[in-house]
Design a protein around this ligand. Structure first.
Ligand code: GUN
Ligand code: FE
Length: 439
């Protein structure tokens, strides 16, 4: 159990369902030892047992759940916004792989990961699922920094034993397995930063490696994260590499690394057709929708409306550095934007995402991968942001929903007044040097 017990007073807003917001103007949100005890519209309605708790007055501020990034690459943060003229496979060869190879050097990793963690601490995300690199020491270092950052994360040492440069690729499946086992033994003690098995994507992982990872998954009961159906050239390549698979997702399912008993996040799903959607639905696979990355790498627009109609679990990802911005507010507004483009480019029966839906995806939708996370209903883990309205305010009155809408579209990290994770107030920044230099 973590966190203290207190009451926050302010304008409270969270998702009840994918399509409905709960709002309470001048409401009271009760936190007991890291867990929400619910929202009450008047002090007198707070259960007697909690009325003595200290009440932190955030009147006039918006209080919302912390945001959840279901997909990002820690070693790509350093080069975000560079190389945005390329599509996925060329971008990996030209930017991602050479940069990730540098994390062999632990002092380089330290400088870069410190800067990333400082950025994340100042931002609105409270939970993240993160790709590291193939390197065990650098991935452990990243986990160590995150463990002490206050954030709650799942981090994966990446596995890749084919189709990538010698400087990054693991020598063979056996050595990739051994390194993974070593990593898992060494990160067991972390409480906030947990391991997630991370085969990079099918083109990077031989069948031999996938079989070994599947055995590790079963032995340790690990969740899994990877990429699926992001880019047309990639999808065609996977069809050649795994001709027996009925769809890209099935190439993971053949190794029992695609949902079912295995909590699984698959990033992108831009080209997931009916077969793949049905497989994800049957096996409870989470979709990490990464709209900004899909724009930047010219990947396409994921059919999120179809995912929601099929009842899939969907969350949002920054996919830094396919995406440039770490904030999941940006992913929310981009998700709304690309859903409108998808409709006007031919998907006439796919209604664009509403604000309510985008907010749901970035809080409760992705949060459920971490358990009871992403809402203020009683029993949910208490991750909260206290937000200032972006200035200047318009000269007319705003509803709570309209204020949320402005925060989603035009807030930045300066709008975050307080951040709580599992009931613990977070420091504004842990690592950033006063001059903003990378150290
Ligand atoms: N597919 C395999 N690796 C990557 C990566 O690093 N970024 C993205 N966007 N897609 C990938
Ligand atoms: Fe990615």
């Amino acid at each position: 159990m973590e966190g203290t017990s207190f009451v926050l007073k302010g304008d409270i807003c969270y998702s009840k369902t994918p399509t409905s917001l709960f709002t309470a103007e001048q409401g009271f949100l009760v936190c007991t030892q890291g867990t929400s005890a619910g929202v009450f519209d008047r002090f007198s309605r707070i259960p007697q047992e909690y009325q003595h708790l200290p009440c932190i007055d955030c009147s006039g501020k918006l209080i919302i759940p912390g945001l959840v990034d279901l997909h990002m690459h820690a070693p790509q943060f350093a080069f975000r916004s560079l190389g945005m003229d390329l599509e996925l496979l060329d971008w990996l060869e030209t930017w991602a792989f050479p940069e990730e190879a540098k994390y062999q050097d632990i002092s380089y990793a330290l400088r870069a990961y410190r800067a990333l963690v400082a950025d994340l601490q100042q931002g609105p995300n409270t939970r993240l699922c993160i790709f590291g690199t193939v390197h065990v020491p650098a991935t452990l270092l990243l986990m160590e920094l995150l463990e002490h950052s206050g954030l709650v994360c799942m981090v994966g040492k990446v596995n890749m034993d084919r189709n990538s440069p010698d400087s990054l690729r693991e020598a063979d499946a056996e050595r990739s397995e051994a390194a993974t086992r070593q990593w898992l033994e060494q990160c067991k003690t972390y409480r906030r930063c947990k391991a997630i098995l991370t085969p990079r994507f099918i083109p990077s992982c031989s069948d031999d490696l996938m079989r070994r990872l599947s055995a590790i998954q079963r032995q340790y009961g690990l969740p899994v994260q990877s990429h699926v159906s992001e880019n047309l050239r990639e999808v065609a390549w996977v069809r050649e590499l795994s001709p027996e698979a009925s769809c890209y997702g099935d190439a993971y399912a053949r190794f029992d690394l695609f949902g079912g008993e295995v909590p699984t996040i698959m990033a992108h799903c831009v080209y997931s057709g009916s077969k793949e959607i049905a497989l994800m639905q049957r096996r409870g696979v989470y979709v990490a929708h990464c709209p900004q990355s899909n724009i930047n790498l010219s990947s396409g627009i994921a059919p999120v409306r179809r995912f929601l109609e099929a009842g899939l679990s969907v969350g949002l990802g920054s996919d830094v550095a396919g995406g440039v911005h770490t904030s999941i507010f940006r992913a929310m507004s981009d998700a709304i934007g690309v859903s409108k483009l998808r409709r006007c480019m031919g998907a006439k029966d796919e209604a664009p995402l509403s604000l309510e839906e985008a907010f749901y995806l970035g809080t409760r939708g992705g949060g459920s991968f971490f358990g009871q996370v992403g809402s203020f209903e009683a029993g949910y883990e208490f991750d909260a942001l206290v937000m200032e309205d972006p200035k200047p305010l318009p000269p007319f009155a705003l509803t709570v929903k309209e204020r949320l809408e402005r925060i989603v579209w035009c807030s930045d990290d300066r709008s975050i007044l307080k951040k709580y994770i599992r009931g613990t107030p977070q420091p504004a920044s842990g690592f950033k040097a006063p001059d903003g230099q990378w150290r």
